[in-house]
Design a protein around this ligand. Structure first.
Ligand code: GLU
Length: 419
């Protein structure tokens, strides 16, 4: 029995079972690796602008505390529930372990559509959520960050609320803050840049010339828009992009810098062009060299997996591919090179780690230094995943997860049962 439910949590369990079977982890050792160490559910009341009171449910799940503090983003979305947050926390653990960060995984969120709130209401909710979390988080216990539906401003409110209660400024409680409030250069771009960097590494492996290659990017938030821009700057024709308002297509390649400006000023892709509109359902299965799902979980199911026509699948989102789809993609490894989510989008948490280190030391780096170190960690992880999948003749996801799970397991074995 567990308190965690729902399709996303079940997906994290199934993925783990595949790896545990592959690694031959005994049954009695599995729950200790998989089940979160602790989770908190809080009620966050706010005054609405119309004078009424509303209560929103918030969560934080800390997966394991064996390697250091837990680390992970905070999601504001109407789909958020305890099971989804737990799954995302578990994935953060494998991700941090794969790239070698001294963290366990965590995730938090509030069940809310942030676009339904005014700026004042959003600030009140963000501050109240952090205030409710104060007993459970800290720079050496659990460090928050942005995720879907949250941004730098919200991180600044989190940091400020925590700091007010401590009586001093504690920038290291949260990463993904604005540079003006103790953030690092290069954090905002880190995830998207990392995705594009790994696409380049994969293209080199496959001997695909990126100049003139085509890409499709699903999701135009912080990850998708920056990944699209970086690919565009590498000479890739980004032929289709989408967000929750719709999709756009242009065979000669979309004007990505202009789309990024439009999304920044309008808040979404909506209103950019009627002529270029595309049915979002067609996006994922379009022929292209690089497909970047950078939106939400479970968009590639078994049926879509069988129809994909890309050569590189770069998972910018967390958990975009279901375990059933994985079985199909495993059989299509010769055609489609997978950069699994815990590797592909890990540039974000890597630079969050750099932000935390800089905040703790009160010593800030140049952007070039941040990027150089980000790519260094990503390159090492990419090479380890490829070496393992080649050596053991396994799927890239199996290799990436096996490395992550083994690291957590060996830390737990070395330390003993307590942490
Ligand atoms: N939410 C991001 C992720 O899923 C970033 C987490 C972080 O920077 O701590 O990887």
């Amino acid at each position: 029995m567990t308190a965690y439910r729902g399709p996303v949590f079940e997906m994290a369990v199934k993925q783990f079972e595949v790896i545990a079977n592959y690694l031959g982890i005994p049954d009695d050792a599995r729950p200790r690796l998989l089940l979160p160490k602790r989770s908190v559910t809080v009620s966050c009341p706010i005054h609405r602008d119309d004078g009424t009171t509303a209560v929103f449910e918030g969560y934080r799940v800390q997966h394991h505390l064996t390697l250091g503090p837990t680390k992970g983003g905070t999601r504001f979305a109407p789909t958020v529930d305890l099971g989804e947050v737990a799954a995302l926390a578990i994935w953060m653990s494998w991700k941090c372990a794969l790239v070698g960060l001294p963290y366990g995984g965590a995730k938090g969120g509030i069940n809310v559509d942030p676009s339904s709130l005014s700026k004042r209401e959003l600030e009140a909710l963000s501050r109240r959520y952090m205030q409710e979390m104060i007993p459970f988080v800290g720079p050496h216990t659990d460090v928050m960050a942005p995720d879907l539906g949250t941004n730098e401003q919200i991180m600044a409110w989190f940091m400020d609320t925590y700091s007010m209660y401590q009586g001093q400024t504690v920038t290291e409680i949260v990463t993904g803050k604005p540079v003006s409030a103790g953030g690092t250069l290069g954090r905002r771009e880190a995830t998207g840049r990392g995705v594009a960097h790994l696409v380049r590494r994969a293209a080199d492996e496959l001997k695909i010339r990126l100049n003139g290659a085509t890409a499709v990017v699903q999701g135009f938030g912080n990850v998708g828009s920056i990944a699209a821009l970086e690919l565009h700057n590498m000479g890739v024709k980004v032929i289709a992009v989408s967000d929750h308002t719709g999709a756009l297509y242009q065979s000669r390649g979309l004007d990505i810098p202009q789309l990024v400006r439009h999304a920044a000023s309008q808040g979404s892709l909506d209103g950019y062009s009627n002529e270029l509109a595309l049915d979002p359902a067609e996006m994922l299965t379009m022929p292209c060299d690089v497909l970047v799902p950078a939106a939400v979980e479970r968009v590639i199911d078994a049926e879509i997996a069988g129809k994909l026509r890309c050569r590189i699948l770069a998972e910018g989102a967390n958990g975009p591919t279901t375990p059933e789809a994985d079985r199909i993609l495993e059989g299509r490894q010769e055609e489609i090179f997978l950069i699994p989510d815990i590797l592909c989008n890990s540039g974000g948490v890597v630079v969050s780690y750099f932000e935390w280190v800089q905040d703790l030391q009160r010593l800030f780096w140049e952007e070039e230094e941040v990027m150089r170190r980000e790519y260094q960690l990503l390159d090492r992880a990419f090479e380890r995943v490829l070496a393992r999948s080649g050596r053991e003749n396994i799927f890239n996801r199996t290799a990436a997860m096996a490395i992550g799970v083994e690291r957590v397991r060996s830390a737990k074995e070395t330390r003993g049962l307590f942490p």
